[in-house]
Design a protein around this ligand. Structure first.
Ligand code: OGA
Ligand code: NI
Length: 350
């Protein structure tokens, strides 16, 4: 069995040369994906058409968003306004990035989670006890001009396409934040105003084919640290959401995004909406690419439940207010875990 070279920990560079995954990737029996038990019916996560979000049907769309957020914490969207050509170029150039020679990808390698552009593997190689079958490029992208110079130089069109995609997705996120605020009965700009000057990151997740997908994860079950996440995936399935004690597969639908509530909106909504567990599994014959946009408060923001959603004994504040940076430091101080790092910010009940 070929072991990963110490100098290059990326999965991509050894995945196709092994018949068995290295022991560092093998989960204990109690923590395996159990793929045969996954719910595979295809109509589980609501698909919401945003075409009418700014028309006479807005109230109905907002109602659908409220239902999806309170029941699933996840929904898919179509007619979202990000041009198909922008999405197609983004997927193509991201795939090209990962197909480049090792030397080109390793130029950006870093295990330091404070770096604003970096290639890495697993989730947090400094903390993961068992590794994950994923390589990724992660970068900050708002404001674009503050970060574009440090983004990968190759493929040569990478910067331009990523800038176009990030800008277009941000406009979508701002519309979604308004709709989600409204669906909670808050002023349209409530969530946006709580996020300080805002922050936007992207990850480019590359999951190579895996000879033993029953033994490992692309990403183990986790909740996102974001306000919201907007996920673009290619046509290979792998995303699963935890619902009613079962893992449910979310199949990719062309020209849609998958949106999920993150921990910060869980706090702001005072748990009317919850950040839901999800994971990515791998498969034997197809590489998989997913591109989440992570939308965050800026590090100076203070996050806490909306006053309007706190109501005496009937609906007491579930969380205290906290500087977002305190949450952020906790998040990266650990390996991905099913336990939320919000527990430290609960309101005291005494
Ligand atoms: C993530 C994530 C899911 C996927 O990057 O946080 O949940 O399908 N990704 O890659
Ligand atoms: Ni996630």
């Amino acid at each position: 069995m070929a072991a990963p070279l110490a100098s290059n920990p990326l999965v991509s560079d050894f995945a196709s040369s092994v018949n068995h995954i290295p022991s560092t990737y093998v989960r204990p029996i109690s923590d395996r994906p159990k793929l045969s038990q996954v719910e595979t019916s295809s109509d589980t996560i609501p698909l919401i058409d945003l075409r009418d979000l700014h028309g006479p049907n807005r109230v109905e769309i907002i109602r659908q968003i409220a239902y999806a957020c309170s029941t699933y914490g996840f929904f898919q969207i179509k007619n979202h306004g990000v041009p198909e050509s922008t999405v197609d170029k983004m997927l193509a150039v991201a795939r090209e990035f990962f197909h480049q020679p090792e030397s080109e990808r390793m130029k950006y390698y870093s295990a330091d989670s404070t770096k604003t552009t970096r290639v890495s593997t697993s989730f947090n190689v400094s903390a993961d006890k068992i590794l994950n079958w994923r390589d990724y490029l992660r970068l900050h992208c708002f404001p674009v001009k503050d970060f574009i110079d440090e983004w990968p130089e190759n493929p040569v069109s990478f910067k331009e396409i990523t800038a176009e995609y990030a800008t277009s997705v941000r406009a979508l996120v701002l519309r979604l934040l308004e709709a989600i605020s409204e669906s909670l009965g808050l002023e349209r700009d409530h969530i946006s105003n709580r996020l300080g000057t805002h922050a936007q990151h992207m990850a480019f997740n590359y999951y190579p084919p895996c000879p033993e997908p029953e033994l490992t994860y692309g990403l183990p079950g986790h909740k996102d640290p974001t306000a919201i996440t907007v996920l673009l995936q290619d046509q290979v399935s792998g995303l699963q959401v935890f619902k009613d004690d079962k893992w449910v597969a979310v199949y990719p639908i062309p020209n849609t995004f998958t949106v999920n509530i993150g921990d910060q909106v869980q706090v702001i909504s005072n748990e009317k909406y919850k950040s839901v567990l999800h994971r990515a599994v791998v498969n034997t014959d197809k590489e998989r690419l997913s591109i989440p946009t992570f939308y965050f408060p800026s590090t100076d923001a203070v996050i806490g439940p909306a006053q309007e959603l706190i109501n005496g004994q009937a609906s007491p504040a579930v969380y205290k207010s906290f500087p977002f940076v305190e949450y952020w430091d906790k998040f990266w101080d650990r390996s991905l875990a099913t336990a939320s790092c919000l527990d430290a910010f609960k309101a005291s009940t005494t």
